[in-house]
Each structure stands twice: as C-alpha cells, then as structure tokens.
Write a protein that binds this ligand. Sequence first.
Ligand code: PNS
Length: 164
Amino acid sequence: MAIAIYPGSFDPITHGHIDIARRARKLFSRLVIAVVANPQKNSLFTLGERVTLTRQALDEEGLGDIEVTSFDGLLVECARAHHADAIVRGLRANSDFEYEFQMALANRDLAPEYESVFFMTAGNYSFLASSMVKEVASYGGDVSKFVPRSVDAALRARLRREKP
Ligand code: PNS
C-alpha cells in the first residue's frame, strides 16, 4: 500500500484535520503529517509548538501510528524525502477548491510522480478552520468541541498570555 503525506500549517490542528488524518490513515500504509515551517499567514504557534501539539493531539485521539514531521521549502521535496506516493488534503466548502486546485496543479507540474488526493470534510466540520478557532478563542469563546484537549489548553494559555 502507498505512503501519503498530509501537509499544512496546523496552527493549530483541529478535529477537522484529525478526521481527515484518521480517514487517510485507513487508505495508506503510512501517513506522515508535514507541518510547514513558514505558513502563508502569521502563525499563533511556533513551528516547534505546532509539531508538538499535532503529535499530542494524534496520540490523544488514538492515532499514534501517524508520523509528524516539519518542512521548510517545497512540499514536493518533503514528499520525496519521505518516499511518498500521494499528497493528502481536505476539502471543505467550494471556496477551498480554487486554492487546492491551483496547488495540486503546481505540485504536479513540479513533480508529476505525486498524486494529490482530496478528502471531503465530514459535514459537521465543514465550517471548521484553525483561523476560526483562534478567533473564537481570542474572544474567550469555548472551542473545546473543535480541538483536542491539549490544543484547547494551549490556546487558553497562549491567548491569556497575549492579552494586554
Ligand atoms: O494549512 P495550509 O496553510 O492551507 O497549508 C498550505 C501548505 C503548507 C500545504 C502549502 O502552503 C505548501 O505546500 N507550502 C509549501 C511550499 C510549496 O511547496 N508551494 C508549492 C505548492 S503551491
């Protein structure tokens, strides 16, 4: 069976990401979550924190056999380093499609040997995004049903500390 890499910012990992990882894990013999070093948006958590939180969250959810790594540079280079066959991404609303399509075509142009594979979000996670979780948490809202316990605790600690 094939090896897949699931890249993203994971700032922080949510139940939406975990759902995709859990389902992808069933189809691939090895799944590697690859946390990007420099996300396109400013990140709340450092790279080290995002990797640690992702690892903790997967362990908490009984997904200890999913590997976690980080990468700086091109995703296809990271895929190559892990001998991946496929790149996994989640698709939520229509609005995700254009960005994902562009990224998949760019990656195919760079390295045609990797197939991009998309998992449709579970309906109850279709609105869920790390950015939304951070916004709700920053106003003191309860995000405990959107993220694993360790992530919820990290958000509380970080946002409490960041208040003036
Ligand atoms: O969770 P995100 O922020 O939507 O993930 C985006 C990510 C990390 C998958 C994407 O930005 C990426 O692959 N970055 C690495 C640079 C790269 O390879 N770019 C070429 C593809 S457009």
